[in-house]
Write a protein of this length. Structure first.
Length: 438
């Protein structure tokens, strides 16, 4: 393994105050957070890198951020002086240690030949959302205590990224391995800030692959004290017009939800907003609310494809009553229905772009069954990737999936010391080789 001399901050490595076996001085997580807060938002990663170099004797430290697709990472190697006019350097996750670390949410240690550096890759995750990876090159194999500290610091780095990304485009730049169209830019801004969320009672994740001409898909979720609410919508048309329709319906749904409206009123207000402002257009959608106290469900289907449920290894289509899409100019109401959702179930909601194929067909039922052991984060991405592959790399309509694992109300505490529930994590890739990603 070749020595990796480039640091996250791009400058000279700080004098190490702590060796890889755990001896030396100490820097608390609180001090690291304070140092990052004192720096400009675009330089907060540089500060963390220098502290890690000094604390652990690392010869190199870098942060890799996951891109929008979840299929690659981008190294923010010189975070303080990124030239945003240049495209991000994409590192595909396939067949790499990076993929295994994201899937398992466990750090990896790779030792080279005698005299070479030891590479440590740790997940940077918050509530199951795989933000990226922390990569360090150490002069010697780390002990148990150092590995524990690396895990804690990587978890702290997740909070630093979350706290600083509203103030800079650095992290948005890092997630873009391809330029976005105006429609795709609008579409991405409608998605939740974190595409994955783990709680004691559930885990949920969404994935979206825009079509060649953006089709206006969105998904959303929110967790409050008593419920978790999910939605998926699909605006008619393509490109900017579809993105604007999606903006209107998502805005109406969020406004009603944040005002405390029940599910029926949320649907009514979304429908009213569409009929008043875009009388010749419509948006299909599904709304779901689950009580975190007793697991009871409320569900509205506004002209959207029926969801699929995985239970005890068997996939079944759920067929609730279907109401009119939002914006249809005929008198109609929205019925609040119940879904049969039990502890251990997986619920998959998707857009019709996952089903519509001009190329080879996609057996979604079989794929959901075969990905049952994957975390919703990897399951959703696998389903969307399969839709892209079935379309031979091109989509006529957006492919969107939101995957919910319902654990049940008996679970009140989440085991997630470093940002992820390890008991629900995916297994490593079945086969992997380690190319020179650098």
């Amino acid at each position: 393994m070749a020595t990796h001399q480039k640091t996250l901050g791009g400058g000279r490595a700080a004098h190490p105050r702590r060796s890889a076996d755990g001896d030396g001085g100490a820097t608390t997580l609180a001090e690291i957070l304070e140092a990052a807060e004192s720096a400009p938002p675009v330089e907060s990663l540089d500060v963390v890198a220098r502290i890690l170099q000094a604390r652990l004797g690392a010869l190199a430290v870098s942060f890799l951020i996951t891109d929008f697709t979840g299929s690659s990472v981008v190294r923010l190697g010189v975070a303080g002086s990124v030239e945003t006019s240049e495209p991000a350097r994409r590192i595909s996750l396939a067949d790499t240690v990076y993929d295994d670390v994201i899937r398992t949410q466990r750090p990896a240690v790779e030792s080279g030949r005698a005299g070479e550096l030891v590479r440590v890759v740790a997940p940077v995750t918050n509530r199951g959302d795989a933000i990226g990876l922390l990569e360090l090159f150490l002069p010697a194999a780390p002990g148990t205590e150092v590995m524990r500290e690396i895990g804690e610091l990587a978890h702290g780095l997740a909070y630093i990224v979350i706290a600083n990304r509203p103030f800079t485009d650095l992290y948005q730049w890092g997630r873009r391995t391809l330029p976005l169209t105006l429609a795709a830019e609008i579409q991405h801004r409608l998605l939740p800030a974190s595409l994955t969320c783990e709680a004691a009672q559930f885990a949920v994740a969404g994935a979206l692959e825009p079509a060649d001409h953006v089709g206006g898909d969105t998904f959303d979720y929110v967790l409050d004290r008593d419920t978790v609410q999910l939605s998926i919508t699909d605006a008619m048309g393509h490109d900017v017009q579809a993105a604007l329709l999606a903006t209107l319906v998502v805005g109406a749904l969020r406004r009603a939800r944040r005002a405390g409206a029940d599910l029926e009123e949320q649907a009514r207000q979304a429908d009213l907003a569409m009929r008043e402002h875009t009388p010749q257009a419509y948006v299909t959608g599904q709304l779901l609310r689950i009580s975190l106290h007793d697991g009871s469900t409320e569900f509205i289907n506004a002209g959207h494809p029926w969801p699929l449920r995985l239970r005890d290894g068997h996939v079944q289509q759920i067929t609730p009553q279907v109401d009119m899409p939002f914006g249809v100019q005929v008198p109609h109401t929205y019925r609040v229905q119940k879904l049969d959702l039990r502890d251990g179930d997986r619920l998959v909601m998707f857009s019709d772009g996952v089903l519509e194929r001009k190329a080879q067909p996609l057996d979604l039922t079989d794929l959901i069954a075969r990905t049952s052991r994957l975390h919703p984060r990897e399951a959703a991405r696998t389903l969307v990737a399969a839709a892209v592959d079935a379309g031979q790399g091109h989509l006529d309509d957006d492919a969107t999936v939101i995957c919910l694992d319902w654990h049940g109300t008996a679970h009140s505490q989440r085991d997630a010391g470093t940002g992820a529930n390890l008991t629900g994590a995916s297994a490593p890739s079945p086969e992997r080789h380690t190319p020179d990603e650098r």
